[in-house]
Design a protein around this ligand. Sequence first.
Ligand SMILES: NC(=O)c1ccc[n+]([C@@H]2O[C@H](COP(=O)([O-])OP(=O)(O)OC[C@H]3O[C@@H](n4cnc5c(N)ncnc54)[C@H](O)[C@@H]3O)[C@@H](O)[C@H]2O)c1
Length: 578
Amino acid sequence: MAPISLADTVHAVTTTVESTLAPLANGAIAQQPVDPTAARRPAESVQVESPNLTYTDEALLARYTFHSTSVDKQVDGQGHVKYHARPVERQLEFKTGRKVPKTGLMLVGLGGNNGTTLAATVLANRHNISWGTRDGIQTPNYLGSLIRASTMRLGVDAAGEDVFVPISDVLPMVHPNDLVIGGWDISGMPLDKAARRAKVLEYDLQRQLEPLLKEYTPLPSIYYPTFINANQEERADNVIPGSDKQAHLEQVRRDIRDFKAKNDLDQVIVLWTANTERYSRLLDGVNDTADNLLDAIRSSHDEVSPSTVFAVACILEGVPFVNGSPQNTFVPGAIELAERHMAFIAGDDFKSGQTKVKSVLAEYLVNAGIKPLLIASYNHLGNNDGKNLSAPEQFRSKEISKASVVDDMVESNSLLYKPLAKRTADSKDGFVKGHATEHPDHCVVIKYMEQCGDDKKALDDYTSEIGMGGRNTLSIYNTCQDSLLATPLIIDLCLLAELMTRVTYREESTQAGEYEPLYSVLGLLSYMLKAPLTKPGRKPINSLNRQRQALEAFLRACLALQPVSDLVSFTQMNVSQV
Ligand SMILES: NC(=O)c1ccc[n+]([C@@H]2O[C@H](COP(=O)([O-])OP(=O)(O)OC[C@H]3O[C@@H](n4cnc5c(N)ncnc54)[C@H](O)[C@@H]3O)[C@@H](O)[C@H]2O)c1
């Protein structure tokens, strides 16, 4: 077997190592063809010919008519509802920067299962390292990434056939192979050893990646023991000293700036994939406003969590921050601070497995006129995430983030679920809002079982009412490597967050005005997130279909293209589409 030549740059976390590695001596597999999900294709392969799209050297300038329907609902004296609908049009302009920046991805929790799997995935793809398994040779890829491994319908060709295009090719986007990876962890283990500890990757891949991964050592991180399970203490050998939270904030800001400078980066995205923390208590005068939160950090208040310090550091540095865990990192003061600085934030909690299926199934059932009566979800897993979640306070964070995923579906169908005369009470700890309509019984159980390792097992029972009092039960059993599902989501979140920093917009009626950045809370990232963070006062939309459609509509709007319509595809009217 031919050795692999690793003539590429390795970016260390603490120092930049611009080294060319010698070919691996330990029996690597001959180079295989690059997987289509990792292949590089010419930039801007989608070219739009339209008077509404202008290509300048720097930007794509799109003029776009946004169509909406305004509805006024009135109830007459007999309780009958009348809906008055009125079409609305808004003229928008989008400006998308064409230059793809050199981008760094800094992970909080770099040494964990997700962190090491992400680093390994990017390195294996960048160097096209294949590995032997008992089934044969496995090549690296980005399967599971919406951006890299899925397509969207662009339109129809002259023969009336649908034309699909990889999502990664619709607008200029970062290639994940080019991401410069770095980050923090309270465990200082270099990533070659940390990847072995994680037990996610096949042995032959771990072995081949060792010379690359050992160049990465996590930066010391913030450790406040009361926020994560006490059983994590033995890992915490790499912490920023002291208990001064303001000093911690400044250290994280310095780390981001240093990483950017040392690696000559144009952009950095920071993503929390560290342990799930307990919820921070919401206290007036502490985390309720931006100024109070900054004061609370200055006075090292107990209720400021490590993840909130990271979020604030990123907001002040103007780099997007994504929370991949369920805790309430984005306390009201953090959201206000992001708005004030027009910085980008997104969260919460990667939507990798059970919840993704749940959002799809709930949507299918409710939209089919079938009434879910109970949804029971059991999980057992044996990785360090499971170990951390075995304490009630950390589990509670996960339970809350998994709780509300069916709410909007249930509330969308008043034929199945009756509005309640009185809203049900909030949860005892105040973090789950009660329901305004009847609701299916819904419970989530998570158990730590060490022998499961990273193979999470999820069992779900969906029992629904069907016609004439019948019952329909769906039993789902899902087993998967948790981190191999989460890694592509991290890539998508990073690529999309970066893209969003390059898109600005304005309404045509205010054409004299400047283009504005998108709103601070990046709701368009909801597809990858279990409990999508929204503008205060707005409800999250959990429908996976709508989340994807929104993303497609946004990408198309940046190219001055309307959302695709199936009006003709299904009616087969005698109307030409080309
Ligand atoms: N499918 C998935 O893997 C999935 C899905 C949804 C959410 N999540 C969430 O992602 C997170 C990471 O999952 P994982 O499987 O990689 O867990 P993990 O326990 O393997 O990794 C977490 C890492 O974070 C480190 N850490 C803890 N506190 C830290 C801090 N304050 N600063 C820096 N590092 C810190 C730990 O040392 C550990 O290395 C968890 O919160 C998990 O709930 C994972």
